[in-house]
Design a protein around this ligand. Structure first.
Ligand code: NAD
Ligand code: DAU
Length: 370
């Protein structure tokens, strides 16, 4: 058995990863560390936490004492770091919080792992690591900046972050690289494109518009809606991470992308069409609507002021992970979005739960005068 420390697993991708691990790998025990910020929800993982194969610890990745205690208490040999402030719009409001969690938190985890995993020094003074240990950093394609109409991000594309969020994620990546070079830490990084799927907090484009359509609210589209994102179904991402943790070469970066480029406005229209079709053909779902079926149309689309420094296009070239590890994105966007919409229709209690805190204030602050 191996014990994984999975940080940020009460959030979107981390929770999907824990569920994926528990369902597919019998050789893994999990310690979840999550601060339960606005984006973390214990209910999302409550059924996975059994106190044996999966334990939950509420805490901050910036807390050095807590990290040391976890390494002392559990035989952790793998760290998968999802914990982060993840929303670009919030990073424009409060950059410092992103620096705190995304950079200092990551460096704190790197140090805690180093202290726990180094057993001595080699003849050149480099640390000797316990066999089989791995630190995995979950990063983002946003570290590469923004593309024009053509081209793809590869692992050698120069780093060019443009938002406070991506600047902080880039800094975290650089710390991981620094630990690889300086201490020979067995660490890997994945940089992936936009994820979508179950348990996605409704501040991000897809779950936000699903929620708003069901409530008959306006759909805020930034700028002209022509920005392009490369959508990756979250379970495909979880598979990629686990392949890299198990088989990826230490010290390497792997790009993970869905080959599913879409303009934002295409996604909004497809989501409207799909929800309208479901409501017309499966009347049982009308119970979740807070509007009439006839109101589900393109009139809901509202073009609002653009995001500051809005990156135009992201597109990943995942050749390396496909060639080296055999990973490829299995879910086409047209299938994944339908699965996602049904998941939200079937989990309105979850949406209610995660939006019961400060969500309404955030929403008004973000969109009222936009
Ligand atoms: P999320 O916002 O849904 O979840 C983040 C989780 O981290 C939450 O559970 C939150 O409580 C926890 N957290 C935040 N600060 C913490 C702290 N200081 N200590 C402990 N826990 C803390 O994020 P997500 O969308 O699931 O993203 C997960 C990771 O994947 C992030 O590192 C993000 O940068 C990266 N990523 C996300 C996407 C995407 O499309 N969502 C794409 C590429 C990379
Ligand atoms: O590319 C990976 C990144 O994808 C991750 O690193 C981030 O953590 C994740 O949040 C995501 O960032 P984006 O900024 O691309 O995702 P978001 O869902 O916020 O926005 C997607 C696109 O939709 C973007 O072009 C902005 C636009 N948008 C977003 C919202 C919330 C709108 O037009 N209207 C909206 O209300």
């Amino acid at each position: 058995m191996k014990t994984y420390l999975v940080t940020g697993a009460a959030g979107f991708i981390g929770s999907n990863y824990v569920k994926y691990l528990l369902a597919n790998y019998q050789d893994v025990n999990i310690v979840i560390l999550d601060a339960l910020t606005y984006a973390g929800n214990y209910g999302t993982i409550a059924s996975d936490v059994d106190g044996k194969r999966c334990v939950f610890v509420k805490g901050d990745i910036c807390d050095a004492q807590l990290a040391a205690k976890l390494f002392a208490e559990y035989p952790i040999s793998v760290v998968v770091n999802f914990a982060a402030e993840s929303h670009v719009d919030r990073s424009i409001e409060n950059p410092q919080l992103f620096l705190q969690t995304n950079i200092l938190g990551t460096q704190n985890l790197l140090d805690a792992a180093r202290k726990a995993w180094v057993t001595g020094k080699d003849d050149k003074g480099y640390p000797v690591w316990k066999p089989g240990v791995r630190f995995h950093q979950v990063s983002t394609d946003e570290v590469y900046g923004s593309l024009g109409k053509d081209g793809y991000f590869t692992e050698t594309t120069p780093l060019d972050p443009r938002s406070p969020y991506s600047a902080a994620k880039t800094s975290a990546d650089l710390f991981v690289k620094a630990y690889v070079e300086t201490f020979k830490m067995p660490a890997t990084i994945t940089r992936c494109s936009n994820n979508y799927g179950p348990y996605h907090f409704p501040e991000k484009l897809i779950p936000l518009i699903i929620k708003n359509i069901l409530e008959g609210k306006k759909l805020p589209v930034y700028g002209k809606g022509e920005n392009v994102r490369d959508w990756l179904y979250v379970e495909d991402h979880c598979k990629a991470i686990e392949m890299v943790v198990r088989k990826g070469r230490p010290g390497e970066v792997y790009n993970v992308g869905g080959h599913n480029e879409k303009m934002n406005i295409e996604i909004v229209k497809l989501t409207i069409d799909t929800i309208r079709h479901i409501m017309e053909t499966e009347p049982k779902y009308r119970a979740v609507l807070k509007t009439e079926v006839e109101n589900i149309n393109y009139d809901l689309i509202t073009y609002v002021a653009d995001r500051l420094g809005h990156d135009m296009r992201y597109a990943i070239d995942p050749t390396k992970i496909t060639r080296e590890l055999g990973w490829y994105p299995e879910t086409k966007f047209e299938q994944g979005i339908v699965k996602t919409i049904y998941w939200y229709l079937d989990h309105q209690d979850w949406v209610k739960d995660v939006t019961s805190g400060d969500y309404q204030n955030y929403y008004e602050r973000m969109y009222q005068n936009r």
